[in-house]
Design a protein around this ligand. Structure first.
Ligand code: PLP
Length: 403
C-alpha cells in the first residue's frame, strides 16, 4: 500500500524545482541567453581552490578503501573536531567533537533536529515567509507546523507574535538567519527578545505547566557567512537550548556534495539527550555517515573565507535597477535572495505575467505569504544585466514605470 503522505510530497514536488525545470525546457526552446531563471538557490560561484586541493590530497594520500569507506555514524572524529575548534575560535566557545554530528547537508540537519525534539502532535513555530521544506520535515515527524508572520516591513522575526503563538505543545521554534527567502539578518536585539520570550515559557514549564521540556530553538544557518556587513549573532550564546544546523552547500558552493552538521552544545543532561536523539533520528531516517571524502574537505576547508563579492555585486546591480523601475523590495543583509513586492496582490498571477518576458522568480505563496516574489541572484552577472530590460518592460506593463 502506498503511503499517501509520501505520495503527495512526491507528486506535488517543490514549486522552486518546477520553475527550474520549466526554465531548462524554455532555454532549450529559445536559447539559454533569453531566459532569466531566478528560481534556485544554487551558488553561482565555484567552490574555492582549497576544496579541489583537499580532494586531490585525499586521493593521493588516503588509501582508497579507507577514503571511500564508512565513517563512524556521527562523522570522522577529525571533522567533528575541526568544526568544534573553528566555532571556538570564531565565537569564543569551548565546544568539543562530542557537540558536533556530521550530516548529509542542512536538509538532514534540520529534519534530524525536528525529529529529535518532537513527539507526534507537538507544534513547531516557523517564521513566515519560510523555507518550504520545513513544513515537509515537521509534518513527517507527526508535528504541526505553526506559521508566525515576520514583521511585515523589515521581515525581522516578531518576538511578540511568537509569544502569542506559543502553547503547551510548542516543542521548538525554527529560525533561519540570514534568511531564505527575504535576505533579512536577525539582529542581536531581536534574538535576545525571542530568547526572553522562550525563557518565560520555560519558567512556566519548570513549574509543571505545559510541555515537560524547554522550547528548543533550531537555528538553521546555511547562509551564515553570506552577509553584506551585518552581524550574524551566535545564537547558542543568546539562548541555551539552541541546536545549530549548518551545511557547506552555500558557503563552500558544495550543494551537490551533501555535507553539513548539527551542533548541540553538551551543557546539560537535557542537551546530551537531545544529541542522542539527533543521532537516533539520523539512524531512523537513514542519514548516517555523511559523505566521507567531503568530511575530509571540511577538515581542510573549515575556515576557508567565503567569496561574497560576486553576490554583493549582483545585489547592487539588481537592487539599483529594480528600484529605478519602480519595484520595492526588502534590502537584503545576507543570503543571495531579493524579496520583491509583486506588482499585483496575487504573486502567482504576477509570475505568470513575468513569464511572458522570460523572467522566472518564485511566487511567495510557497513560502507561506502572499504578494511577494523571491529573486535568487546567485546567477552569472550577465544574466542579471540581460534581464534588466525585461524587468523594466514588466514594470511598464503594470504602469509603475514610464515607457
Ligand atoms: N535551510 C535553508 C534555509 C535553505 O535555504 C536550504 C537550501 O537551500 C536548506 C536548509 C537545505 O540545505 P542543504 O542543501 O545543505 O541540504
Amino acid at each position: 500500500m502506498i503511503n499517501e503522505a509520501m505520495y503527495g510530497y512526491g507528486v506535488e514536488s517543490s514549486v522552486i524545482r518546477e520553475i527550474f525545470t520549466y526554465a531548462n525546457e524554455r532555454k532549450a526552446q529559445i536559447g539559454a541567453d533569453k531566459v532569466f531563471d531566478f528560481s534556485l538557490g544554487n551558488p553561482s560561484i565555484p567552490a574555492p581552490d582549497a576544496v579541489r586541493a583537499s580532494i586531490e590530497r585525499s586521493l593521493a594520500e588516503v588509501p582508497p578503501a579507507e577514503l571511500h569507506g564508512y565513517t563512524p555514524a556521527p562523522g570522522l572524529p577529525a571533522a567533528r573536531e575541526a568544526v568544534a575548534s573553528s566555532l571556538n575560535r570564531r565565537f569564543g566557545c569551548s565546544y568539543t567533537a562530542q557537540d558536533v554530528f556530521m550530516t548529509v547537508g542542512a536538509a538532514a540537519s534540520v529534519s534530524c533536529a525536528v525529529h529529535a525534539v518532537t513527539t507526534p502532535g507537538d507544534e513547531i513555530i516557523v517564521i513566515a515567509p519560510y523555507f518550504p521544506e520545513y513544513r515537509v520535515w515537521i509534518e513527517t515527524a507527526g508535528a504541526v507546523c505553526v506559521e508566525v508572520p515576520a514583521d511585515p516591513e523589515t521581515f525581522q522575526l516578531d518576538p511578540v507574535a511568537v509569544e502569542r503563538a506559543i502553547t503547551p505543545r510548542t516543542a521548538a521554534v525554527i529560525v533561519d538567519s540570514p534568511n531564505n527567502p527575504t535576505g533579512a539578518v536577525y539582529t542581536r536585539a531581536t534574538l535576545e527578545a525571542l530568547a526572553a520570550v522562550l525563557e518565560k515559557e520555560n519558567a512556566r514549564r519548570t513549574e509543571g505547566l505545559g510541555h515537560p521540556q524547554p522550547v528548543v530553538l533550531i537555528s538553521d544557518e546555511p547562509y551564515r557567512e553570506l552577509t553584506y556587513g551585518a552581524e550574524v549573532p551566535w545564537v547558542p550564546s543568546i539562548y541555551e537550548h539552541t541546536v545549530v544546523c549548518y551545511s557547506y552547500s552555500k558557503s563552500l558552493s558544495l550543494p551537490g556534495e551533501r555535507v553539513g552538521w548539527v551542533l548541540v552544545p553538551q551543557v546539560s543532561e537535557g542537551a546530551r539527550r537531545v544529541m542522542a536523539a539527533v543521532a537516533g533520528s539520523a539512524r531512523a531516517l537513514g542519514f548516517v555517515c555523511a559523505p566521507a571524502l567531503f568530511q575530509r574537505v571540511v577538515v581542510d576547508c573549515v575556515d576557508e573565507p567565503v567569496n561574497v563579492e560576486a553576490y554583493a555585486r549582483n545585489r547592487e546591480t539588481l537592487t539599483k535597477a529594480l528600484s529605478s523601475f519602480g519595484y520595492t523590495y526588502v534590502e537584503p543583509d545576507g543570503a543571495f535572495y531579493l524579496w520583491v513586492r509583486a506588482l499585483e496582490p496575487d504573486a502567482e498571477a504576477f509570475c505568470e505575467r513575468a513569464r511572458a518576458y522570460e523572467l522566472l522568480p518564485v511566487p511567495s505563496n510557497s513560502f507561506g505569504v502572499t504578494g511577494w516574489v523571491r529573486v535568487g541572484y546567485c546567477v552569472a552577472p550577465e544574466v542579471i544585466e540581460r534581464s534588466l530590460p525585461a524587468w523594466q518592460r514588466l514594470a511598464q506593463d503594470y504602469g509603475v514605470c514610464a515607457k
